[in-house]
Design a protein. Structure first.
Length: 317
């Protein structure tokens, strides 16, 4: 009887440990809610989903929805069991700063992990007599309101990156809005505008061809997307960081055991060489985080960018 009782207690302990670590999860397919098919975040979702399905032993279905509030709203109202997740960009918490939203980015979600980060590149027309961020700041300060920058979309990472730069550098540069990055690059190359904060994918070919001059990258650390390019922070504006995050969230109150399992398996996936290269091809650096780090990122970004949005009077489109 003692041996039987000991064996039973051991079995119960192992069962409890497995439950606590989320090892019983998942028992059915997982659904990634994301934006429209063919978008950048959709490509990221499919790359992560395919690899994660192998690790978890369950299918990961990518469910494309219209961009905007729809994906976040769906996940915020889904059962908190880990089977309906939001894989989205940092617009998930930035757009509510621009207009009324049907969810609260902090209250209504359980952070799982960061998926990746897409920095921007500060580029100028080659005729501009500046070779560094410090040169650009000095040049702009001597010509308040005389320079202009190409900007795409209200509240995008490129738009907010430019506004953050102007605020931190204390310069007055006129914003020229464009509907697409491609048309913005055409006008910058033609010399109709002086500078732009561009995605690496849009800027890199023109920089390589000598049509544009890259001054810095907006990530906190040097980026493998643009080898050899200094950061804005290191080149003249200490503390500067801007770009687009890709993140994974569950509905609020999802069990910690499920969050931990998803975090651990997703971070393993993000270490795969093939996936890292696939991300780089789309201008994204793969990289995970703890759920706590992601929660801190959301709060910090909302406070920092919320001030920029308010001071610049930016509104949703």
């Amino acid at each position: 009887m003692r041996l039987l009782l000991a064996a039973l207690m051991g079995w119960l302990a192992s069962l409890s440990a497995g439950t606590a670590s989320g090892q019983g999860f998942p028992e059915k397919p997982i659904r990634f809610i994301t934006s429209a098919a063919g978008s950048g975040v959709d490509v990221i979702a499919r790359q992560v989903g395919q690899a994660l399905a192998v690790n978890l032993g369950q299918a990961v279905i990518v469910d494309n929805r219209a961009s905007g509030f729809t994906p976040g709203l769906m996940v915020s109202k889904a059962p908190p069991d880990g089977y309906t997740l939001l894989l989205y960009g940092s617009t998930m918490w930035i757009t509510p700063l621009l207009q009324s939203a049907p969810y609260d980015p902090v209250r209504d979600f359980s952070p799982i992990t960061k998926i990746g980060f897409s920095p921007n590149v500060l580029v100028v027309h080659p005729s501009l007599p500046v070779k560094s961020v410090r040169d650009l700041i000095a040049f702009a300060r001597a010509r308040p309101g005389q320079m202009n920058e190409a900007s795409v979309g209200n509240g995008t990472s490129t738009h907010l990156g430019a506004e953050l730069f102007k605020s931190m550098a204390h310069v007055s540069i006129v914003r020229f809005p464009y509907k697409s990055g491609a048309t913005a690059m055409v006008d910058l190359i033609a010399g109709y505008v002086d500078l732009a904060f561009s995605t690496a994918a849009n800027a890199a070919p023109h920089v390589k061809a000598g049509l544009l001059r890259a001054l810095a990258v907006t990530s906190a650390k040097p980026s493998s997307l643009v080898p050899g390019l200094p950061t804005v922070a290191a080149a003249g504006l200490a503390g500067f960081e801007s770009g687009a995050n890709y993140v994974l969230f569950a509905p609020a109150n999802t069990p910690a055991s499920v969050i931990n399992r998803l975090n651990q398996e997703t971070q393993r996936v993000l270490q795969q060489t093939e996936l890292k290269q696939a991300f780089l091809n789309y201008g994204v650096e793969a990289g995970g985080s703890s759920s706590e780090e992601l929660a801190a990122t959301v709060r910090t970004e909302m406070a920092r960018l919320g001030k920029i949005i308010k001071d610049a009077g930016i509104r949703g489109e």
